[in-house]
Design a protein around this ligand. Sequence first.
Ligand code: SF4
Length: 204
Amino acid sequence: MVNCAKCKVYACRSGLNPPPDCPMATMKEVLSESLKLYKEAELKLARAAATIEKRGYAVWPRVREFAEFCREIGAKRIGIAFCMGLMDVARWVVEYLEDMGFEVHSVVCKCGGEDKSHLLGEDVKMRAGGFEPMCNPIAQALILNSLDTDVNGVIGLCVGHDSLFYMHSKAPVVTLIVKDRVTGHNPAAAIYASNYFAARLYKR
Ligand code: SF4
C-alpha cells in the first residue's frame, strides 16, 4: 500500500524521517531505479519543466507555460489534439502558438467521421439510430506522428480518449485543458465545492 495522499508528514518535502509505510522507506530500489531512467530525452524535459516552474510559477497561465516549455526544449512543430466541443478554444490556442513563432498542426477528435456503430456498437450512441461519429484519439495521435511534431498539446479530450491519445502519441504530450462539461473545464471545482456537487458526485 502506498498512499502519499493520506500522509501527514510529507518528509519528502521537509527532509524529516519518512513514516514507516513511505515509499522512501519501503521502495528504495524503485526510487533509485527511477533516477536511472533520466536519460538524455527525459533530462531535457525534466530540466525544461523545472526551468518553466522557476521562471513562471504562479505568474504565467498554463498556455504561456506550454509555449515557453516548447521553446525551452527547442520544439519547432507543435501538434494540438482537440475535442470538437472546444473548437473555439483550439483555434485561439493555435493562433496564439503561431504568434509565438511555432508551426502548429491541429486535429479534431471526430477526424475520420467513423460511425460509432462500426467499432463500438449502436448501444453506446447518445441517440441510437442516426449517424454519430466516434472520437478517434488514436487517429489524432497517428496523424500528428506522421507530421513529426516535436510536442503535442491536448485540449479537452474526453476521459479515456485522452488515455488512448497518450498511449499512441510519439511526441511528448502536455495536457493544456481537461474536459469537464459541468464545471467549465475546471474539475477541481467539483472537489473544492464537493458539498454543492454532492448529488452529481455520488448519485446517478
Ligand atoms: S513520499 Fe513519504 S513522506 Fe512523502 S508524502 Fe509520500 S508517504 Fe509521505
